[in-house]
Design a protein around this ligand. Structure first.
Ligand code: ADE
Length: 258
């Protein structure tokens, strides 16, 4: 595809949200903003309030059985999800953002980026009616073990993590494979000019121009960082390849003698 040609289909995200401006403002900038302008991704919003049929446009209701807090009203929420389904097609998943979902990982983001799009449903108040969850939601995603005031910030995290993997969005198709998590390790450290900043120097090897040695140093750094910061990822990297084992052994030997 030449640079000024539009892609034939774009990755289509629809967010079902009571706060459409939150999403539309957040996606309008930087890399995502450019990807939208280039037609690589489409971000639409559907507000359940627009589907509320009572005169006050109510979108919440009291929970059966009593208790604190309100629950998102069923009819407008389902109508909004169905409108998204009609627009996006049935082969794209409806995902509810919830701390009770499975935690987003690079692997999940990568799987979602292979589809034609997704619908993200943002909850508010105490959440959604269990019947909506059972019959209109395909999966639930959390962005971590903490509770937000609503699903919108979480939906933004999913949109960002998924859309940057769509071919062309980062400009350089090669880069996502290179970074933290894609290869099961954290990323190696990066440096830019000046080579000496207030007495803090860039490692000599990076100034050497010796590409094979630089690659080797970067791989060693990625391994060492992963081992010290993320024992869970380190565990999954076992058994190490012969080359990586040698890198780590050499690193440990040199650290001991220093
Ligand atoms: N909604 C509220 N908290 C959330 C979380 N941690 N992840 C996803 N959606 C949420």
């Amino acid at each position: 595809m030449s640079s000024n040609e539009q892609p034939s289909t774009s990755y289509s995200v629809t967010v079902v949200t009571l706060f459409p401006e939150f999403i539309l403002q957040a996606v309008g900038h930087s890399i995502l903003g450019r990807a939208i302008s280039a037609g690589l991704i489409t971000i639409s919003v559907i507000n359940p309030r627009d589907y509320s049929t009572n005169k006050h446009k109510t979108v919440d209701d009291y929970p059966f059985g009593g208790g604190a807090g309100m629950v998102m009203k069923t009819e407008p929420l389902v109508a909004a999800i169905e409108a998204s389904r009609d627009a996006n097609g049935c082969d794209t998943p409806v995902i509810y953002m919830s701390p009770a979902g499975s935690t987003l990982t690079q692997h999940i983001a990568s799987d979602l980026s292979q589809l034609n799009g997704m619908t993200l449903v943002c909850g508010h108040y105490e959440g959604i009616d269990e019947r909506v969850r059972e019959h209109w939601i395909d999966r639930e995603l959390s962005i971590g073990d903490y509770v937000l005031t609503g699903g919108e910030p979480a939906a933004m995290v999913v949109i960002d993590a998924v859309c940057r993997l769509i071919p062309g969005v980062l400009g350089n198709d090669a880069s996502p494979a290179d970074e933290s998590f894609s290869a099961g390790t954290l990323e190696y450290p990066h440096y830019t000019r000046p080579s000496d900043f207030r007495g803090h120097k860039v490692p000599d090897i990076l100034l050497s121009g010796h590409h094979a040695k630089i690659e080797d140093w970067r791989r060693t750094q990625a391994l060492v960082r992963t081992r010290s910061r993320r024992p869970d990822l380190w565990e999954r990297l076992q058994p190490l390849s012969k080359e990586d084992r040698k890198r780590i052994d050499t690193y440990d030997r040199l650290s001991e003698s220093n």
